[in-house]
Design a protein around this ligand. Structure first.
Ligand code: TK8
Length: 338
């Protein structure tokens, strides 16, 4: 009997120390070198978000998580970066959700025009259960959707005429992001959509390949589109999100303590970035006017005519999405508007 109990005691000791090692291993923060890519300039809030994320990762890991950030599509355009994340050759990106729709199909429901009325409503939906379900749709695609950041309400710029009503959009060649809902919605408004990567946009405007494009004011300002665009018309036709995404190949190598550092840093970056983007946006129209752009606000009655013209897009594309999630999404929007 004595022999068995001695053996049990020894085994128990081994198990206990093994468990302790696993526990320590699970908590140990190791050295990591990571890369984050984005398409805009460093002076855009997207660039400041990237920098803030890098600072938070370093601070929370005792300097062991080193994030290098790359602006101006240096690591590739939006779609190329998605492939790089899936391949594990790049660890993070910050980019608009729309170019993801070929991979994360359900992001496409975020592109429906005129569904969000203000940022508060968008925050409530994107930070709630529906947003979490949308982010979870990345996991079987080799991606980890960490948090939604804010691009903002998109408006139309062009070189032909101010846009005050739907008829003014007729026949304009408008660059859009590579998303079927965006393409169809601009078409329903009466324009001819040209899907292009953001990295090709300035040249397309400069050469007249397209007459115009649509983007939130901070992008129009930071990208200096005033050099190649005359008119900026405030349509607020869609609230667009950026998303901070990680490579799942890389993420799965992290222990729980390291993953918590990334998650916590992402959430703090979201709060910082939204505040900054809204501060920049509040002063942005004046900045465009200083850059000699002609700015006009589309009247509410004309905006609702634009809304009516694009209503058919949800009928056409709604069936492409996870129906339960689409139902939750629309219900959450409705609840957040009350
Ligand atoms: C960069 C781009 C850009 C987007 C676009 O993330 O392509 O028009 O608004 O911000 O994705």
């Amino acid at each position: 009997m004595k022999k068995i109990s001695a053996k049990c005691a020894k085994l128990a000791l081994i198990v206990a120390s093994l468990t302790a090692c696993i526990a320590v291993g699970a908590q140990e923060i190791r050295e990591h070198k990571m890369k984050l890519g984005y398409a805009l300039k460093e002076d855009h809030p997207q660039g400041f978000a990237a920098q803030k994320f890098a600072e938070l990762l370093a601070q929370k890991s005792g300097g062991k998580m080193h994030l290098q950030t790359f602006a101006n599509s240096t690591l590739g355009d939006d779609k190329q970066m998605i492939g790089a994340l899936q391949g594990g050759v790049q660890e993070f990106s910050i980019q608009a959700t729309s170019p993801f729709v070929g991979t994360v199909r359900d992001y496409g429901m975020l592109d429906f025009f005129f569904i969000f009325s203000n940022e508060k409503q968008a925050d409530a939906v994107l930070d709630g259960p529906v947003g979490q379900k949308l982010l979870a749709k990345n996991l079987d695609k080799g991606l980890v959707g960490l948090v939604f950041l804010e691009n903002g309400f998109r408006n139309i710029t062009n070189n032909k005429r101010p846009i005050s009503r739907p008829e003014d959009i007729q026949g304009l060649k408008i660059r859009v992001m590579q998303s079927p809902v965006m393409i169809e919605s601009i078409q329903q408004l009466g324009a001819n959509p040209t899907p292009l990567a953001f990295s090709e946009l300035y040249t397309a405007l400069e050469t007249g390949t397209v007459d115009g494009e649509e983007n939130p004011c901070p992008i129009v300002e930071s990208a200096k589109f005033a050099e190649v665009q005359k008119f900026y018309s405030v349509t607020n036709h869609v609230y667009n999100s950026f998303v901070l995404t990680a490579s799942k190949k890389w993420w799965d190598k992290l222990n729980p303590a390291e993953q918590k550092i990334v998650t916590d840093a992402s959430l703090e970056t979201r709060a910082y970035h939204r505040k900054l983007n809204r501060e920049v946006n509040a002063k942005c129209i004046a900045a465009l006017q200083a850059q000699k752009m002609q700015v006009n606000q589309v009247a509410p009655a004309e905006m609702s005519r634009m809304r009516d013209k694009t209503k058919g897009v949800m009928d056409k594309f709604g069936k492409d999405f996870d129906q339960a999630l689409l139902k939750d999404f629309l219900a959450a929007i409705d609840a957040a508007s009350k």
